[in-house]
Design a protein around this ligand. Sequence first.
Ligand SMILES: NC(=O)C1=CN([C@@H]2O[C@H](COP(=O)(O)OP(=O)(O)OC[C@H]3O[C@@H](n4cnc5c(N)ncnc54)[C@H](O)[C@@H]3O)[C@@H](O)[C@H]2O)C=CC1
Ligand SMILES: O=C(O)C(=O)[C@H](O)COP(=O)(O)O
Length: 376
Amino acid sequence: MKILVDENMPYVEPLFGDLGDIIPVNGRTLTAEQVREADVLLVRSVTKVNAELLSGNNKLKFVGSATIGTDHVDLTYLAERNIPFSNAPGCNATAVGEFAFIAMLELAQRFNSPLKGKVVGIVGAGNTGTATAKCLQAYGIKVLLNDPIKAAEGDPRSFVSLETIMAQADIISLHVPITRTGEHKTKHLFDEARLKALKPNTWLVNCCRGDVIDNQALIKVKLQRDDLKLVLDVWEGEPTPLPELVPLAEFATPHIAGYSLEGKARGTFMLYQNLCQLLNITADKSLLDLLPTFNIKAVELATAPNEKALLQLARFVYNLRDDDKMFRNTFLNENGFDTMRKNHQHRREFSALALAYDGQSEVDWLSNLGFSGVGQ
Ligand SMILES: NC(=O)C1=CN([C@@H]2O[C@H](COP(=O)(O)OP(=O)(O)OC[C@H]3O[C@@H](n4cnc5c(N)ncnc54)[C@H](O)[C@@H]3O)[C@@H](O)[C@H]2O)C=CC1
Ligand SMILES: O=C(O)C(=O)[C@H](O)COP(=O)(O)O
């Protein structure tokens, strides 16, 4: 069996090695010719999976995408051809949630304006939005959720309108899929009018898809409004973001909010489980066996952390400033965006760091935030 795999998908060999011949490919430049003889195709978000890519292949048994988003896949075409497909919903939700939370802590420190006491509006309350809310609520932050689709489906959480978020939230974090049609379409959900209407001093965080914000309009509005602070992990026109926009963001990264080692491993593992199920064979590998131990064994806390100390703890796991600096220095290089993604040293999730502290009840919130071992 020929298994064609995006070269940026980790843990393929230990998981799929027994199932067939693994052929690593560049997902961004993958051609129909390369795909012609594949039995299995495993992609990431940069590969457009459509008739153009697949029409020359008559033996494809499975397409898998180790991502949450599916906007790069023509699902209708795959269904018409009866080619089984699966993505990896939720695989990197914790990574995105922690990324957004850490970015907010970093902004708070940079502007000497504590996160504690702010109101955060989350647009899109699915896997990544919920993971972000979980971190914030663990830290005692008031969260407003906007998700008209979930609200209509009867999700028992409380939801508010986008207008309420615009009026009440100090920070807005975006977690919607990109959709271009329909009542709830998200393409340019934040257009010029909405960007202009942001409350003074709003922090806007985008780790979902670049074109949820009109990037040209964002440049225009940000040049007139220094009070707005931006965290941008995703960009219109990836892998070539508008060069004028990058310096306007406080934190700028190349679509790596979901790049935790755990998140990437989960993504590959979910595809492994789905393919095994399809082939009717037992999935006998374990996700835990894949992950290395974290390089810090445990951190002993002398006191319950304040916000500054919390950021220090978060930085043990992920120092966003390093990625931001590297991105600014390299995004204009040829293939700069993709090169940084390819060579990215995947961070760990909070759960990899064990904390030790004597007074458990004072630090329960750190367990809720995701750190392990607190008070044990
Ligand atoms: N930067 C990165 O590395 C990553 C980006 N993503 C992106 O984030 C998106 C969201 O991921 P998940 O939370 O896992 O997806 P999800 O499908 O679990 O949740 C998305 C939520 O958005 C809601 N929604 C849709 N249209 C809306 C609208 N107009 N207004 C408010 N809510 C709306 C849906 O009802 C759903 O609950 C993915 O589709 C993907 O594009 C996901 C993972 C990593
Ligand atoms: O899961 C998604 O959706 C994402 O946006 C991924 O984090 C993107 O990662 P790649 O598949 O482009 O490596």
